[in-house]
Design a protein around this ligand. Structure first.
Ligand code: SPV
Ligand code: MN
Length: 619
């Protein structure tokens, strides 16, 4: 312990001792010996400790203050602007197997490599040790987590995004906790320089993730995607679900609140759904789902948002706009800052900046990259980090230790031609297989219909799967078996187009689909049974369009949006079956359910043709 004690700044060692947790002390000692930090600062939950982190983020240049009080900007390196899947690898023993598509490395080899990179890497730096909790503190959902980092920006982000848990560690003395070890590596102008040597290595058996030579939050903020990877494995062993999902309350008649979760790939409408006007947000990225007495309850793992800022403007996103423009604790990342110290981002609907400072350094309109391509004034993955409690529409249930009772689960993707704008599955198994496991999303917006442009992204959780996909699907099927009245499973498609490539819906229309789902789960509207599932009746949508959006919704629009494109759907299922046939240990039920789905579609095709009007199916 001497090495830890001698490196701790005044008061920090006492904070560790007060935790009275030998397992934790052993982990810390091991990491300290490896990295040899110049100093150690231990964060309790006190405001004073966190103010120190905020101040150091600024004095070390990792963040810069902006003109509005509480706002700062942080830059990741020019080539460090997103999650790096290629260097994100699972450390596997020879007997452990994951799907072929998942990156892995032999554990001994990977550990030797990553430990070699961490060796003595903190000799000139201060090590921050901080304690957080995934999910509300002191609930059956809680997973305590230890973060070890040399980045004040990472620590600061976590203090906005997660529940602080030094006191929880002190009182509960958990023996099991997730461990995250991060170093930004060598810095120049407060930015990681060895990005080409960045690594994110995941040790499932030790519940540990190592991350080095990177700053982008998706790679470094341990409690975000690194923790989701660990949680998926833990959930599979313990019989619950760890999902890439928002959680929201939809208001219904009499002011009742009905809870939904929704899984969408990045940039497919997840946050904007959770932030729909007049509804309440619980979370926008990661949820844990557990069952109690045959019912499902969900929590937001986080208590803040790391939101995409591109296209946020006062017209379309008044709630976010209000929250990120007034004085508030916010970290902007990879935006342009103008001479007035104001942040600017792509699609903010303000006049284009002439110059400023951005993720590429000093920026002017004529700035070009090595290949002569213009460099935009802000990165398209630029973001804002904010506490959910700063939002006017934050649901007070955010901190409910029981979780919120879940009535519906929504799966969405970017699909120009097959899935309907909204469709309810027949039952849990149909929903898990024909909706969740069958999510595809288009890589680009540009062209239509060709195979290869769509990527399978089951449950929008593919990037984070730490167990084989077959085992993950089986986990969902088993979860459903114990439920008395399972949440209904819906599929939505905000990106359906006509044959000329024109989108059939506007951004606002998703509010109608959400309200229809709310009415469905509460038994307030009937639906039309189609081979794909239940769809809305025209009369109900007409009312909703009028009430919510003051829009006249015509029969012709309904007909166009809800006509079942049988051929496209059959082709989609073929693609999905083909992809799954190449994987090992997919549950037999998966294939029989898809066969059933194909059978229903083919039968309808024989009777009605390639495109079926919803009016034909209405009895
Ligand atoms: C996502 O890409 O799904 C995000 C941002 O939520 S990241 O932190 O990069 O994962
Ligand atoms: Mn996400």
């Amino acid at each position: 312990m001497d090495i830890v004690k001698t490196r701790c700044v005044s008061g920090s060692f006492e904070k560790l001792e007060a935790l009275n947790n030998p397992e934790l002390m052993a982990v810390i000692e091991n990491w300290v010996k490896l990295t040899d930090p110049k100093r150690i600062f231990v964060c309790s939950d006190s405001e004073q400790d966190w103010e120190y982190i905020r101040q150091r983020a600024i004095s070390k240049g990792e963040e810069t203050t902006l003109s509005v009080s509480g706002h700062t900007v942080h830059y990741d390196g020019y080539n460090d602007q997103a999650r790096d899947k290629k260097v994100t690898k699972y450390l596997l023993n020879p007997e452990q197997k994951l799907d072929k598509a998942v990156n892995s490395i032999d554990k001994d080899q990977g550990l030797a490599e990553i430990r070699g990179m961490f060796k003595n890497c903190l000799q000139d730096k201060e090590l921050i040790i901080a304690f957080f909790c995934l999910g509300p503190v002191d609930s059956e959902f809680s997973i305590p987590a230890l973060q070890f980092t040399d980045s004040y920006y990472v620590a600061h982000s976590e203090m906005i995004l997660y529940r602080k848990a030094y006191e929880y560690f002190r009182t509960a003395k958990p023996e099991q906790f997730f461990r995250f070890m991060h170093s930004a590596g060598e810095l120049k102008n407060a930015v990681s320089v060895n990005v080409d040597k960045r690594r994110i290595y995941i040790d499932i058996d030790e519940n540990t993730v190592y991350s080095i030579n990177t700053q982008y939050a998706g790679n470094t903020v341990g409690l975000k995607k690194p923790a989701l990877r660990l949680a998926i494995n833990k959930a599979s062993q313990e019989g619950w679900l760890a999902e890439h999902m928002f959680v929201m309350a939809v208001k219904g008649c009499g002011g009742k609140k009905t809870y939904f979760t929704g899984a969408f790939p990045s940039a497919c409408g997840k946050t904007s759904t959770a932030m729909l006007p007049d509804e309440l947000i619980v979370g926008d990225d990661i949820a844990y789902l557990r069952q109690r007495e045959g019912k499902v309850f969900a929590v937001n793992v986080e208590e803040g948002m790391f939101g995409i800022i591109q296209d946020i403007n006062s017209e379309h996103d008044p709630l976010i706009w209000e929250a990120i423009t007034r004085p508030n604790e916010i970290i902007f990342t990879n935006v342009l800052v103008n001479e007035e110290g104001e942040p600017r981002w792509l699609g903010d609907k303000r006049s284009l900046p002439q110059k400023g400072y951005s993720f590429s350094g000093p920026w002017t309109q004529d700035k070009k990259d090595d290949r002569g391509n213009p460099i935009p004034y802000a990165h398209k993955n630029a973001r804002y980090t904010i506490s959910l409690k700063a939002l006017a529409n934050c649901d007070p249930a955010l901190d409910d230790t029981q979780g919120v009772p879940l009535s519906g689960i929504i799966y969405g993707g970017r699909d120009s031609s097959a899935w309907l704008p909204v469709c309810e599955s027949f039952d849990w198994v149909h929903g898990v297989i024909a909706k969740g496991a069958s999510c595809e999303s288009e890589v680009t917006f540009a062209t239509l219909d060709k195979e290869g442009e769509r990527k399978l992204n089951p449950f929008s959780n593919l990037d984070f799967l730490s167990i084989p996909l077959g085992q993950y699907i089986q986990g969902h099927l088993d979860f459903g078996k114990k439920l008395k009245n399972p949440p209904r499973i819906f599929a939505v498609n905000y990106f359906l187009r006509d044959t000329h490539g024109i989108f059939l819906n506007t951004k606002e229309d998703k509010h109608v689909w959400i309200k229809w789902m709310e009415q469905r789960v509460n038994g307030e509207v009937d639906a039309i049974k189609t081979p794909l599932g239940y769809i809305p009746e025209y009369k109900d949508l007409k009312l909703l369009f009028k009430d919510l959006l003051s829009k006249e919704y015509s029969q012709a629009q309904y007909h166009q949006q809800f006509s079942l494109r049988v051929k496209d759907n059959l082709e989609k299922i073929e693609r999905i079956e083909k992809a799954y046939k190449q994987m090992e240990n997919i549950p037999e039920l998966f294939f029989t359910e898809l066969e059933k789905q194909k059978g229903l579609l083919s039968k309808a095709q024989e009777k009605y043709g390639d495109v079926i009007s919803p009016l034909d199916l209405k009895d």
